[in-house]
Design a protein around this ligand. Structure first.
Ligand SMILES: *[C@@H]1O[C@H](CO)[C@@H](O)[C@H](O)[C@H]1NC(C)=O
Ligand SMILES: *[C@@H]1O[C@H](CO)[C@@H](O)[C@H](O)[C@H]1NC(C)=O
Ligand SMILES: *[C@@H]1O[C@H](CO)[C@@H](O)[C@H](O)[C@H]1NC(C)=O
Length: 526
């Protein structure tokens, strides 16, 4: 797909796994404590966990429509019942409590509370009741809810009838929905995320077509969808600031992409420029408008140049008016940085606009799913980049996780490394206030269906009532949270051993094959 190979970079998805690539790059500390007040938590999203896709008045979302088409998702699996989270809120909150999590990142399904997406058409009281009860149960258990308003499940009616994020009027419907959420839940919810990973929404939904609504270049433009999403974020932030902030005193943030690039040859100017371009096309696409009022210069130049070469009169990258620049600039109370990546495809259009090749360093071991490469020091650099480029904003690390096969081979290492990096970044002066591991339960993984398991709790979905069983990582994470860090190497070793023991105990209670997490773990004792 690449016509021009000017300047190479390594692409690095910031998922933390491997020791091999860490040599010399990062210090893993054996004992330290994190500042008190750091939020430790777990996250998940509505479509991946709730199920009950057509129950109690919920309208269909683009993910319902997408997964109901054969062949869109691995084994054509759907989130129709997902993990039945809709029926198991109380049980699942007990698991959070067991983990000692002090916050929980959840998302509200827009079509569950507005079936068509349009407030003036219909508001579903049962949906409001569901989230209201969830929020109340969390608070009763001393767990702070962090609520994302958009984790990808746009109401299908808006997509079908009006073109979804291709149409600027979706911004107004989204603003009505957000205001209803502030009105109903804002007395108790103080952390709001407008969009979870808009990069994935745009590129995978409107460019590669891997995600709902499954559109391809030519049918639409990812740049246009992104443009409307940025404006929608701004509008919602302003609504909150103007109408709700003085009374509710909460914060409104956004959760952005996490990809990081490194020059293959650090002495080559073109490689260095390519790596920088990569970061500007990912993080900068959204962070620059929000922090600085406009798209990165390099993005405007490259997309403009490519559009001209394609014989287009104007750039495919839309422009902000002077008023819009003022309106969107500086409107963020905190930044969420997710650290988990979904499959990365190299296809034309958006992905070819920035003229570079993305390589995986051959020295990195092939981990199973081809997309999970882990580079903790990349995470540190990303956090430092955000600090210097965007004025040291408040950061919550969201969606950090690895799936079962990878995670379990390396459970001890995984957390030690992630959390060491977090500590180092804090020492660098990065303003990190929270850390959210992904995720509480095994769940529906978008176009990967149920084939990948990210949960701290294994779900035995062949058994009635889908019992949840803690994996070794649950026990281990709980101990890190309780200690707010790592007291000393010996104790951490003990935690690790105990975590594995408790996992093996669970293993005995399950039919063979239902507890792969233990056998995988046992095979790879470090
Ligand atoms: C939501 O919960 C709060 C706190 O318990 C309560 O005051 C409010 O009436 C509830 N709203 C709905 C719609 O149930
Ligand atoms: C955008 O949505 C509005 C309704 O909100 C509709 O009237 C208009 O036709 C839509 N535009 C396109 C291009 O679909
Ligand atoms: C936010 O609201 C406050 C109080 O209403 C106002 O003074 C301030 O100008 C608003 N900020 C922005 C960026 O609009």
């Amino acid at each position: 797909c690449f016509h021009v190979f000017k300047g190479l970079i390594k692409w690095i998805n910031l998922v933390f796994l491997y020791n091999t690539i860490l040599q010399g790059n990062v210090e893993i500390m054996t004992h330290f404590f994190l500042p008190s007040g750091l939020l430790w938590g777990v996250g998940s999203s509505a479509y991946q966990t709730e199920g009950a896709w057509d129950k109690d008045g919920k309208g269909p979302s683009i993910w319902d429509a997408f997964t109901h088409k054969k062949g869109k998702v691995f084994r054509s699996e759907t989130g129709d019942s997902a993990r039945n989270g809709y029926y198991k809120v109380k049980d699942d909150i007990q698991l959070l409590k067991e983990l000692k999590a002090n916050h929980y990142l959840l998302s509200i399904s827009w079509p569950r509370i507005m079936p068509t997406g349009i407030k003036t058409e219909q508001v579903n009281e049962k949906g409001i009741q569901f989230y209201n009860d969830t929020i109340n149960s969390l608070l009763e258990n001393n767990i702070i809810p962090i609520v994302s308003l958009y984790h990808w499940d746009l109401p299908q009616v808006l997509q079908e009838t009006y073109g979804g994020w291709q149409n600027i009027s979706t911004m107004n419907y989204f603003n009505d929905y957000a205001n209803l959420c502030f009105e109903k839940f804002g007395d108790r919810v103080k952390h709001w995320i407008t969009f979870s990973d808009p990069w994935a929404v745009d590129v995978k939904g409107y460019d590669t077509g891997e995600h709902a609504p499954g559109l391809k270049p030519g049918e639409c433009s990812a740049y246009k969808a992104a443009h409307h999403i940025i404006k929608a974020h701004a509008k919602v932030w302003h609504s909150y600031n103007d109408t709700w902030h003085s009374e509710q005193q909460g914060m409104v943030g956004i959760s952005l992409t996490r990809s990081w690039g490194e020059p293959i040859d650090p002495h080559s100017q073109t490689d260095k420029a390519a790596a920088e371009r990569y970061i500007r096309f990912h993080l900068g696409w959204f962070a620059n408008p929000i922090y600085k009022g406009d798209y990165p210069e390099v993005m405007k130049n490259y997309v403009g140049k490519k559009s001209a070469q394609q014989g287009l009169g104007t750039s495919r990258l839309p422009t902000f008016s002077v008023q819009e620049k003022t309106y969107i600039k500086g409107i963020l109370d905190f930044l969420g940085i997710p650290i988990l990546l979904f499959p990365f495809l190299q296809v034309p259009s958006y992905n070819t606009d920035y003229d570079l090749a993305e390589l995986v360093d051959p020295k990195w071991p092939a981990p199973g799913p081809k997309w999970l490469y882990s580079v903790p020091w990349g995470f540190r650099r990303l956090l430092n980049f955000i600090k210097t480029q965007y004025g040291n904003p408040l950061i919550y690390v969201t969606e950090n996780g690895v799936n079962q096969i990878l995670g379990m081979t390396n459970i001890g290492n995984k957390f030690n490394r992630i959390i060491s990096i977090l500590f180092t970044a804090l020492n660098d002066g990065v303003n990190v206030k929270g850390y959210t591991a992904w995720s509480l339960l095994d769940k529906f993984e978008w176009n990967e269906g149920f084939s990948e398991r990210f949960g701290f709790y294994h779900i035995d979905f062949k058994t009635k009532n889908e019992p949840r069983h803690p994996k070794a990582s649950a026990d281990y994470y709980k101990k890190i949270i309780s200690a707010n860090g790592f007291p000393n190497p010996r104790e951490v070793d003990n935690w690790y051993r105990e975590a594995m023991d408790s996992c093996s105990t669970t293993h005995q209670h399950l039919a063979t094959g239902n507890c792969a997490f233990c056998s995988v773990l046992e095979k790879h004792i470090i």
